[in-house]
Design a protein around this ligand. Structure first.
Ligand code: AHR
Length: 510
């Protein structure tokens, strides 16, 4: 059966905010230390301790932003511990992630240097759980204020004259849990208080993101939406925060203790994972619907600032370090998420995969002994999809419904697609989630055609296939010739368990 699809290439749609291709780096396991940062004395080529191989690989993804320092870690991080000469920075205990000692060698200046090397905007999560309003407000001043104020002076004393531009600020993290175990009502008040004292300095306009719901906790979102505007001393309605976040992880196993292995799984588990991944659509739609009730003009953004697979840690690794391998299954989880992000481009302003290096669904894994770096299948999905960033999202309508299969008490659609237009080019992403059957898609392009078509495919002999330092390209994109163009029709053959991108120059209709 051929899936008949229609894309109107000349119609307008919402812009896919490039920030939905955002990233997340927490002080967790080997995410920062050994991942991004090896220290100046390392044999691994580095600038100021930051690994150059990792930077170079991530630059190819055009990563738009990097969220830091957590996660749960953010709510026990005190930024002043991470500035000044490294040998005088105090040590703390990272109680969330393995109880290890954190020497604070990677702090504010190192993070900003990393963002500059990556060409990514910083997204800083402030400490609401165990910090103070003053502490966060001074961090904003330290980073972004020019002139002769106490914090600007302190920054200059630590070697940085010019303020940085830091737009994105998180007002805490998971306030319903590790970020303070607050109720939504209480947190809403806190977010308004913290938001009030995080100031705009010069031309740096803050975009404040309130710590939002866990998955489908729509009541949390509703409470924060009711509190988003506040009346200040001039009785003017202003915005205490500009966006709400939500976290959604793809978890396969039945309990937290049995999330399942990242590499050893059967087809049933694979479909459970894919159904869980596709579940993010309902969650985004649910939060968007609640937000629409209070903000029909969509001025408040929705930010999915943690998403991705969460499996049992790899055998023999520290249970608190959340290190897992990354297979073709993870790649398909990512490709399905992006299709959903593109469809919700009218409300979703940012998304951050958890996490970039060595933690959970990573783009990059580094070997702790040899220091060799491996690009994961998930990395390749980000790379193949990178031209969707800031493109116009195009509707994809099906004349023939794509195939489905029952998974537990849900139904999984096994062919997923999205499309966008940018700079006179069309990009279509297609995933076939069926583990065994190929699919045929015929796309009727309306309002224009396409020429000079390029296609790439990401697949492998088996779903658990993954990359290692010894075999780094088992799952890697390859040029693909299973695509043909006849007039304004694009025909795509999708092998089982594959991700394909098709791009080409748009032509005017004949
Ligand atoms: O990404 C790992 C953890 O997951 C984060 O620290 C926390 O915010 C979430 O629960």
């Amino acid at each position: 059966m051929t899936i008949e699809t229609v894309i109107n290439v000349d119609l307008d749609g919402p812009r896919i905010n490039r920030h939905v291709y955002g990233h997340f780096a927490e002080h967790l396991g080997r995410g920062i230390y050994g991942g991004f940062y090896v220290g100046e004395d390392s044999d691994v080529p580095n600038v100021g301790g930051i690994r150059l191989d990792v930077v170079e690989a991530l630059r190819d993804l055009n990563i738009p932003n990097l969220r830091w320092p957590g996660g749960c870690f953010a709510d026990e991080y005190h930024w002043r511990d991470g500035i000044g000469p490294k040998d005088r920075r105090p040590t703390m205990v990272n109680t969330h992630w393995g109880g290890v000692e954190e020497n604070n060698h990677f702090g504010t200046h190192e993070f900003m240097a990393l963002c500059e090397l990556l060409g990514a905007e910083p997204y800083i999560s402030g400490n609401v759980g165990s910090g103070t309003v003053r502490e966060m407000s001074e961090w904003v001043e330290y980073l972004t204020r020019d002139g002769d104020s106490p914090m600007a002076r302190l920054r200059k004393a630590h070697g940085r004259d010019q303020p940085w531009q830091v737009r994105f600020w998180g007002l805490g993290n998971e306030a319903w849990g590790c970020g303070g175990n607050m109720t939504a009502e209480h947190y809403g008040q806190e977010a308004r208080r913290y938001g009030t004292y995080c100031r705009d300095y010069g031309d740096n306009r803050l975009y404040k993101i309130a710590a939002g719901a866990n998955a489908d906790d729509y009541a949390w979102t509703e409470t924060l939406m009711k509190q988003v505007g506040h009346l200040g001393c001039q009785r003017v309605r202003s915005t205490a925060y500009h966006a709400l976040s939500v976290h959604y992880y793809t978890i396969t196993g039945p309990t937290w203790e049995e999330k399942g292995s990242a590499t050893v799984f059967d087809t049933g588990e694979y479909y459970t994972t894919m159904a869980a991944a596709a579940g993010v659509e309902q969650v985004l739609a649910g939060h968007a619907a609640v937000m629409d009730c209070y903000d029909p003009n969509r001025t408040v953004g929705l930010v999915l600032d943690e998403w991705g697979t969460w499996f049992d840690v790899a055998r023999g690794t520290h249970p608190g370090f959340l290190f897992q391998q990354n297979t073709l299954r993870d790649a398909l989880v990512a490709s399905v998420h992006f299709d959903i992000f593109h469809r919700h481009a009218d409300r979703l302003v940012m998304a951050n995969i958890a996490q970039t290096v060595n933690v959970l669904q990573a783009m990059i894994l580094t070997d702790p002994d040899s220091q060799a770096m491996v690009l994961t299948p998930t990395y390749h999905v980000f790379w193949m999809n990178r031209d969707h960033q800031d493109a116009t999202s195009l509707r994809v309508d099906h004349r023939t419904a794509p195939p489905t299969r029952p998974v537990g008490d849900t139904t999984l659609t096994t062919v997923s697609m999205s499309a966008s237009r940018k700079d006179g080019r069309l990009l279509v992403s297609l995933s076939n989630l069926d583990a065994a059957k190929a699919a045929e898609v015929e796309i009727d392009l309306r309002g224009g055609g396409v020429e000079r078509v390029d296609a790439l495919i990401l697949t492998a002999a088996a779903l658990p296939d993954h990359n290692t330092p010894q075999a780094p390209s088992v799952v890697a994109p390859r040029r693909y010739d299973g695509v043909s163009v006849t007039g304004d029709r694009l025909r795509v053959h999708l092998p089982a368990a594959s991700f394909v991108t098709v791009s080409g120059a748009l032509t005017r209709p004949a």
